[in-house]
Write a protein that binds this ligand. Structure first.
Ligand code: ADP
Length: 867
């Protein structure tokens, strides 16, 4: 199709638009606007319409292809005229139908043909027509149909005219008849004859008419393309041929005589009724190429494609009374074209897909080549890794040999020893020869029982085993040794994660463990000692002035964890702070801290503490830390005070009889040369009394000292208590001032140290005399209470205040100011209490102020106690 014309045409329009216009189902030819009307180009439809398929017409003159002689002069002239007009006037010419015969397909004869042409001039660059685009409709069939119809109509018209003429003649004859009555009779015969003729002519005419109708019917019925006649506004199907009912999938009898819309109600919404109405109303025929047609076939809704032409039929008055429908079923043609189009489309999609696949293949190729490159690189890396691995193995071996810990590498599959270093040999105490070519448990059998299962677990689970300070017995150089070992079973895995060997790393920590245990023992002992001694401890960081104290230390100081030394100093007695500072200064110099100080508790009470510490210095001899202990010595100080007081009282008590003895002795000294002197016996008696007093005091002191030293041994015997009581206190009885009255059980006996019990009773009686001098009657009572005997001494003296009673039996305790006038050491009741306690009895006093006191004690009966 690329030729000069197209080349020229491409300047004005695109090739695709041209192709669309040119290559259609409509027959088209392009002629040069030269005198010969040379054929430039034509489409396939044109060749089909002109029976020239397979012939090459290009370059030939129109008249050379269609010989004017054969085609007919009129047609040739009309064509030439139209072509010339289009060229000269440069206008489109739409030719009315014209007769123009063309050669048949094999060129042997001509085909009677009618045409309708549309000639469109295509101007050249100078504006004048250069080409003629000629659309060529072959309307032969339609014209033939129309001619046949016209022929029928014409015959019908002629018959009608003849009928009308006959009628006129009849009327004239009738006139003649009426006007000529006379002639009537005479002419009656003629009339009958004429009438007879007339009737026969009418019959002939009627027959002719019916013949015409039947020939029309047969014409329609014999047509080989779909044809029908619709009559009236109802479009009643008057005649329909077989091709037509085939088009609808109906039968001739089924449709004949019925309105179209009753047969095909489904076309109501399709264009056909509209076109029919248009032809009916305008009286102008109408045709359409390739119209889609939906209808209800016996198998359901179906679609066909048709080309059709509607021709109006006129009645006598020239009104449209019916429509001739000629149609062509082009369904197959359209379908095959659509299939072709679909196939083009599919092919295009296939092409697209193939090109996509091609692209993907190209991408895959690229990836493959990239992978290849990576593989090459990986290979290089692998070679490098192998080299590094070899170096690393060498390093690993030297590491094992030189490691400061014992290392032994064991193969997982059979537990064979692969590698072992000297430290490991030392650790297990075996020579290298005993470790080589052996399994680990052959080499160290003494550890197998405990550790073979552990090693098996490490091999199966792949999890490391870490042992801290495991205690075991190793046969080292043939001697069993108790050792502590830190060791690790480290699984060594291959690339796929399987354990292929076990690395045992071990170190002997026996010395460390034993030392730590010793330290822990010592620490525990110290802790116990400190706890037992109720010693508090503190740790003072001198640089940061922070102090850490033990619980006991806090309890002694009476505070909660002090933060600094000042917090501690706040508890000190104000008068002692300076002393504390001085002691500290001294300690920084000497390294030792030792002093006693007073604390004031929040309740105002005073407590004594002894602080003992050690000072630590840094390398510059600067004191940095004091570690020390704190001891509560309040009780110790109280006892010390009591002792001091006691010594002063004892001295005072001794001084009185000693002064008296000294005076007596001085007087005796003066009269020693005068034996008859009357004062001598009195002086001797007084000296003797003073000596007794001194002797009693000394006895008391000795008793206390014996008691304290636990030397007071009891000398027990069974004796009757009443006898003992009657015999005691002769010195009081001798005085005659007091009446000792016995009460109770005379027979009761007790197994005890009679002398000591007597001493207790004497002490009670002496006190009654001393502290209740006005109570002239003193009751001594004995009674049995359960399995004990109770002995009491009752006076009716001033009594003792309740708050003092709990302290009466304490050492050195004396109850009140009044007693200051009365001599005593505050030891009598203390010694008594000790004696009774040692006998397993109890001692106590019931007293009421101004009513008197009852001092009592109990002893177990009948010597059941044997101390
Ligand atoms: P001492 O007689 O040397 O003071 P004791 O231990 O014998 O020491 O007595 C302690 C204190 O008990 C006495 O100082 C006294 O105040 C009080 N006391 C003892 N016996 C009596 C009593 N019968 N009546 C009142 N007070 C007594």
């Amino acid at each position: 199709m690329i030729n000069t014309f197209l080349f020229l045409l491409m300047h004005r329009t695109s090739l695709s638009i041209f192709n669309t216009l040119f290559n259609t189902e409509v027959p088209r030819i392009i002629l040069k606007a030269d005198p010969d009307f040379t054929i430039q180009d034509y489409n396939e439809a044109y060749q089909l319409a002109t029976y020239t398929a397979g012939k090459d017409l290009r370059g030939k003159s129109l008249w050379e292809v269609y010989d004017p002689k054969e085609s007919g002069v009129t047609g040739t002239n009309l064509l030439l005229e139209a072509l010339t007009k289009a060229v000269k006037e440069n206008v489109s010419v739409f030719m009315p139908p014209f007769h123009y015969d063309i050669p048949d397909a094999d060129g042997q004869g001509t085909v009677k043909s009618w045409w309708q042409l549309e000639i469109i001039p295509i101007p050249g660059e100078n504006g004048t027509p250069e080409f003629l685009l000629t659309t060529t409709y072959n309307i032969t069939q339609t014209v033939l149909n129309k001619e046949a119809l016209e022929q029928v109509t014409l015959s019908e018209k002629q018959l009608n005219e003849e009928l009308a003429t006959s009628n006129e003649e009849l009327a004239a004859i009738n006139e003649e008849l009426s006007s000529t009555v006379e002639e009537l009779t005479t002419a009656q015969d003629n009339l009958f004859q004429i009438n007879g003729k007339l009737e026969s002519r009418v019959a002939e005419r009627t027959k002719a008419l019916s013949d015409t109708e039947s020939s029309l019917r047969s014409l329609v019925m014999s047509a080989h393309y779909p044809l029908m006649i619709l009559r009236g506004r109802e479009w009643v199907i008057e005649i329909a041929n077989q091709p037509l009912v085939n088009l609808w999938d109906k039968t001739i009898t089924g449709v004949t005589g019925r309105p179209l819309m009753e047969i095909l109600p489904e076309i109501e919404d399709q264009p056909f009724p509209g076109f029919l109405r248009q032809v009916y109303d305008s009286g102008v025929g109408y045709g359409q190429e390739e119209q889609i047609f939906h209808y209800n076939s016996p198998d359901g809704p179906a679609t066909k494609y048709v080309s059709f032409y509607y021709d109006p039929m006129f009645d006598n008055q020239g009104q449209v009374c019916g429509i001739i429908v000629a149609a062509d079923d082009i369904t197959e043609k359209v379908r095959s074209r659509q299939l072709l189009e679909q196939s083009y489309k599919d092919q295009k999609e296939l092409n697209d897909r193939i090109s996509t696949i091609n692209e993907e293949l190209a991408a895959t190729n690229e990836e493959l080549s990239a992978s290849n490159e990576e593989l090459v690189n990986s290979k290089r890396e692998l070679e490098l890794n192998i080299k590094n691995l070899a170096e690393s193995e060498a390093r690993f071996r030297s590491l094992i040999t030189q490691a400061p810990v014992g290392i032994c590498v064991i193969r997982a599959s059979d537990l064979m020893i692969m590698d072992v270093n000297n430290n490991y040999l030392q650790l297990v105490g075996k020579p290298l020869g005993e470790m080589q070519n052996r399994t680990i448990w052959e080499a160290v059998p003494e550890a197998a029982a405990n550790y073979a299962p552990v090693m098996n677990t490490v091999i199966t689970t792949g999890e490391v085993f870490i042992a801290n300070e495991h205690e075991l017995i190793l046969i080292r150089n043939g001697v069993p040794e108790h050792v502590f070992i830190d060791f690790v079973y480290e699984p060594v895995k291959d690339a796929s994660g399987n354990v292929n060997s076990i690395m045992v790393v071990g170190i002997d920590v026996s010395d460390k463990v034993l030392s730590r245990k010793n330290i822990a023992d010592i620490e525990e002992r110290i802790r116990l000692a400190v706890e037992a001694a109720e010693i508090g401890t503190f740790d003072h960081d001198i640089i940061n002035d922070t102090i850490v104290t033990s619980e006991r230390c806090d309890a002694i100081f009476g505070f909660d964890s002090p933060g600094s030394r000042n917090d501690v100093l706040n508890s000190f007695h104000p008068d002692d702070k300076a002393m504390s500072d001085a002691a500290r200064e001294e300690a920084y110099r000497t390294g030792k801290m030792y002093y006693d100080t007073r604390l004031i508790y929040p309740d105002g009470s005073i407590h004594w503490v002894r602080i003992n510490g050690r000072v630590y210095h840094d390398e510059d001899e600067k004191p940095v830390r004091v570690l020390g202990t704190v001891l509560d010595i309040t009780e110790f100080k109280r006892l010390q005070q009591q002792k001091d007081d006691f010594i002063s009282i004892a001295s005072h008590e001794l001084r009185t009889p000693l002064t008296s003895l000294k005076a007596s002795l001085q007087l005796l000294e003066r009269v020693k040369d005068k034996p008859q002197a009357t004062m001598v016996p009195r002086l001797i008696e007084q000296s003797s009394r003073s000596m007794n007093k001194i002797s009693d005091l000394v006895d008391d002191l000795l008793n206390v000292s014996h008691m304290n030293e636990g030397q007071a041994k009891l000398n027990k015997s069974l004796f009757t208590i009443s006898t003992m009581l009657n015999d005691c206190c002769t010195h009081v009885r001798a005085m005659g001032d007091y009446n000792l009255i016995f009460e109770g059980d005379h027979e009761l006996k007790v197994f005890a140290d009679e002398h000591r019990i007597d001493q207790v009773v004497v002490n009670f009686v002496n006190n009654a005399v001393k502290y209740a001098p006005d109570s002239l009657e003193i009751y001594l009572k004995v009674e049995k209470r359960g399995d004990m005997v109770r002995i009491e001494v009752r006076d009716s003296g001033p009594g003792i205040p309740a708050e003092k009673i709990p302290h009466l039996f304490d050492r050195y305790y004396r109850a009140g100011n009044a007693e200051l006038q009365i001599s005593g050491l505050g030891l009598g009741l203390y010694i008594s209490a000790e004696i009774i306690k040692r006998h397993g009895g109890e001692i106590g006093v019931d007293s009421e102020l101004s009513k008197g006191s009852t001092f009592w004690f109990t002893l177990p009966l009948e010597g059941t106690i044997d101390l």
